[in-house]
Design a protein around this ligand. Structure first.
Ligand code: ARG
Length: 465
């Protein structure tokens, strides 16, 4: 059913019908559309804008429609222009002419943004819960690897020894921020736009507060022109999703590196790897690569909407219909990526010995050798110079610092005593970094404790259904 035939003499070109239609995309908002209509019609009845008996009849019809769509008794008609035309058309088909009162004091312009806000209010908690599950898996893996020494890198060059727990907990901080960002976005999504009409509200005595209460919104939007043409909340959601993907992608890049024969720090489960059609030996980290690749796609969705919105005069313009395809694509991609990534991390095998022997090469204890001299009274810049010479010598001799005799070390500085070997032992290097945020067990336990509190708080706030 068309919602606007009266003014037209000619039918629309079939190609235009197709081009104009958004039903393939917005059909997934049928629940939100019906729930929004229910609140609207209740308000119309309660305020005498339409007869109470009619509003009750429409309510019953809408509830029946919702039930039938939920049960799959009826299907959404892809010939409809959009989900709003579909639900209104079917309602009228079910209950008769009374259904034609539903759209009193409303426009599809305020309706569509209401639907979208309702949809996000329901969907964002799902992503938050998925991220929280990922945090849980990372918590477990970190707990199991408090003592797993590995090389920490800068410029992808070995830098200082850390632990695998410390490394994983860095990603936990990122995912914690992602959750906080989504929660913050929800605050701005939680504003009720209905009543804004096409652009300038309406002349009926509508009660926007009542609709907001019915639909569990904390606030109502303040300016009708802005309400119908604001898609900041979609852009904000897409920004949050892009940052999540950026984090997953960085993590994926590390997974891919760690799986190489060169690093060999981890092995992914067969369940999360794929093979080659020609090279029998291959075991490829496709999941991590796909997460990394799909990041580009989610960034694209963000850029799509930023670009769509940049030149639109107030208020609603049809360009804005493009918002949902980008948003839904990003939501689906992020959901699938987090879930798959989670399983990949949960099942990966960590090669603790190889990580440790990796840390023992590449002079990761050189800073500690300099710090040793400083603690005995030398200025850091001088100590840095001396250790640089020690390292140069070791490279020439193909030795580690700890392989040098005390006699040899004394040639570089008479300050060196036999306690130097303990000072540059990898374990000491890690455990002496007790500063909050560092890799020592003491510090990592605090980080773990904070993580546990965070996970529990989110679990309490977003109770699983
Ligand atoms: N399908 C449209 C959208 O997604 C709904 C709003 C249509 N409004 C209009 N004035 N044509 O944006």
């Amino acid at each position: 059913m068309k919602l606007w035939g009266g003014r037209f003499k000619d039918g629309t070109d079939p190609l235009v019908n197709d081009f104009n239609s958004s039903i393939r995309i917005d059909k997934r908002m049928y629940r939100e559309d019906i729930l929004g209509s229910l609140a609207h019609v209740k308000m119309l009845g309660a305020n005498g804008i339409i007869p109470l008996a009619s509003s009750k009849k429409i309510e019953e019809g809408l509830l029946e429609l919702l039930k039938r769509l939920d049960n799959g008794v009826i299907e959404i008609d892809m010939a409809s222009e959009d989900i709003h035309s579909f639900t209104e058309g079917l309602l009228t088909y079910y209950i008769g002419p009374c259904g034609k009162m539903l759209h009193t004091g409303r426009s599809r312009n305020d309706q569509v943004t209401l639907d979208l806000r309702l949809y996000l209010k329901g969907y964002i908690p799902i992503i938050i819960k998925d991220l929280n599950l990922l945090l849980k898996v990372l918590y477990k893996k970190s707990e199991e690897n408090i003592d797993t020494i590995m090389p920490g890198y800068t410029h992808l060059q070995k830098a200082q020894p850390i632990t695998f727990a410390h490394h994983l907990l860095a990603y936990c901080e990122m995912f914690k921020r992602d959750i906080k960002r989504l929660k913050d976005a929800l605050v701005r999504i939680d504003e009720m736009p209905l009543g804004s009409g096409a652009l300038a509200t309406s002349t009926y005595p509508i009660d926007r507060e009542m609709v907001a209460k019915e639909l569990n919104f904390s606030k109502i939007t303040l300016n009708s022109l802005d309400s119908v043409s604001d898609r900041d909340y979609v852009i904000e959601t897409l920004s949050c999703l892009s940052i999540i993907m950026m984090h997953l992608s960085r993590f994926s890049e590390e997974i891919i590196l760690w799986c190489t024969n060169e690093f060999n720090f981890i092995e992914l489960s067969d369940k999360y790897s794929t093979g080659s059609s020609i090279m029998p030996q291959k075991k490829n980290p496709d999941v991590a690569e796909l997460v990394r690749g799909k990041t580009g796609r989610v960034y694209g969705d963000l850029i799509t909407l930023l670009t769509v919105m940049k030149g639109i005069p107030l208020a609603y313009n049809k360009d804005m219909q493009e918002d949902k395809e980008a948003l839904f694509d990003a939501l689906d991609t992020v959901t699938l990526s987090i879930k798959t990534f989670n399983g990949m991390i949960d099942t990966m095998k960590i090669k603790k010995d190889i990580m440790k022997s990796g840390a023992s090469k590449g002079f990761t204890n050189a800073t500690d050798l300099a710090d040793y001299l400083v603690k005995k009274g030398m200025a850091f810049r001088n100590a840095h110079e001396i250790v640089g010479e020690v390292v140069l010598y070791c490279i020439k001799e193909n030795k580690g610092i700890e392989d040098l005799t005390l006699l040899k070390l004394k040639e570089f500085s008479s300050i060196f005593k036999s306690d130097v070997y303990n000072a540059i032992d990898l374990n000491t290097c890690v455990q002496e970094r007790k500063v909050l945020g560092g890799p020592s067990k003491e510090s990592v336990l605090i980080q773990l404790d904070e993580l546990k509190k965070f996970i529990n708080a989110i679990e309490g706030e977003f109770i699983n259904d």
